[in-house]
Design a protein around this ligand. Structure first.
Ligand code: UDP
Length: 379
């Protein structure tokens, strides 16, 4: 067997970053990846219509972290892309996050200023000092009418749970704006990689010290790969421990069924993402990939997203019960020496892409003691 210093399970963001960092300090790295491609859920490719599409849903990069922005710029050129989302509500089309336009369109009001919007929200919201779940978080921000129209049923479709059964943080991902700003994110950097995410990952992983074994389930071969210095595991945490607590307490994940369709038309819809927060359809949103980067093709590829229980785990389900179950696995994980759990599935956390980059970079710094230098210079 070849000599390996660092064994990494999974070629998504966390695995790729750690591979690159260790390769750059001279370590021999092996990545074992179950799928037949790198890039994890960021994986994209050119489809039959000549359009760059993402296999696992649209990925919009946004960050306020200078260190993350600098890091990703080493491996790709990026073009500015400020993501926008619209929603079909009551046979109208309104922007989300909720802003002045959303309220004016839905309620035929004539709000024109931040002050008027503030007043409208004060009259409609249900103040709750410390929202303890997603329902309270939304009621506190926008009140019961918008809660019902835009959040309650979308959330039920997405999570198979009502907002009251989820942590407040899930619904707090979406802000409420007192102005006309209809961008989905407000971060300083909002961009997409020029050649797509797969190419970005190819560049991150192009170091000669990195070897990648695709289509290999680590749990089928783990006895063959024992002589590592460090193991980084990025898969579902319960899988690592053979689901030992799952007989009584199963850690929940949500998966998505992506249903793709081609239309012989220039465009299908007016925006890249259209949300359907009502009960009239079973899917949560429709993505039209051609919009990203204003791509050109005679046809257009449209993907409907149906969230499901079964299938590959994409989202951890943030609520107190799952946190309790996760805590048991975490306690086991912490007992292991030289095995590190990193990323969305291994930490059972609803990370954004930039947080996944940051966590992997920080973990490398912590383990290799680079942060001590920073403390010295800061002091
Ligand atoms: N959400 C909603 N209505 C919408 C969009 C989002 O109720 O039109 C809620 C839903 O619970 C969702 C959460 O807000 O899971 C976070 O949305 P985000 O767009 O950040 O989710 P992601 O893009 O990660 O699927």
């Amino acid at each position: 067997m070849k000599h390996i210093n660092i064994l990494i399970i999974g070629a998504g963001i966390s695995g790729a970053v750690l591979a690159e960092k260790y390769a750059s300090i001279g370590k021999k790295v092996l990545i074992i990846e179950k799928r037949n491609h790198i890039a994890g859920n960021c994986y994209d490719y050119i489809d039959d219509n000549g359009i760059l599409v993402s296999k696992y849903g649209a990925h919009l990069f946004h960050t306020n972290e200078e260190s993350v922005w600098e890091y990703v710029n080493q491996f790709s050129e990026w073009y500015p892309w400020e993501h926008k989302v619209i929603a079909r509500v009551d046979e109208k089309t309104v922007p989300i996050p909720v802003n002045i336009t959303t309220v004016n369109q839905l309620f035929e009001t004539k709000i024109e200023s931040e002050e008027e919007m503030g007043n409208w929200l004060e009259q409609n919201r249900t103040p709750i000092e410390k929202p303890s779940n997603g329902e309270e978080a939304v009621l506190n921000r926008v009140g019961p009418v918008l809660y019902e129209k835009m959040f309650k049923h979308y959330t039920k479709k997405q999570w198979d749970k009502y907002p009251a059964e989820l942590d407040a943080s899930v619904l707090e991902r979406i802000p409420v704006r007192h102005n006309y700003d209809d961008r989905y994110f407000s971060d300083k950097y909002q961009a997409l990689p020029k050649g797509g995410y797969t190419q970005l990952f190819e560049n991150i992983l192009s170091h000669p010290n990195i070897e990648i074994l695709l289509e290999t389930d680590y749990f089928d071969v783990k006895e063959e790969y024992k002589g590592y210095e460090k193991l980084f595991y990025t898969g579902p945490v319960d899988r690592f421990f053979d689901f030992k607590h799952s007989m009584t307490e199963k850690l929940e994940y949500r998966s998505i069924n992506f249903v793709s369709e081609t239309f012989d038309a220039a465009l299908f819809q007016e925006n890249s993402v259209v949300n359907y927060p009502g009960t009239e359809v079973d899917f949560t949103r429709i993505i039209e990939y051609k919009h990203f980067g204003n791509q050109v093709s005679d046809k257009t590829t449209v993907v409907r997203e149906f969230t499901v229980d079964e299938g590959e785990p994409y989202y951890p389900v943030p609520n107190p019960r799952n946190q309790e179950i996760y805590a048991k696995y975490k306690a086991e994980a912490e007992k292991l020496i030289d095995v590190h759990f990193v990323g969305r599935l291994a930490n059972y956390k609803y990370f954004n892409m930039d947080q996944a980059f940051k966590n992997a970079l920080d973990l490398f710094d912590t383990l290799e003691n680079k942060n001590k230098v920073n403390y010295k210079t800061a002091g």
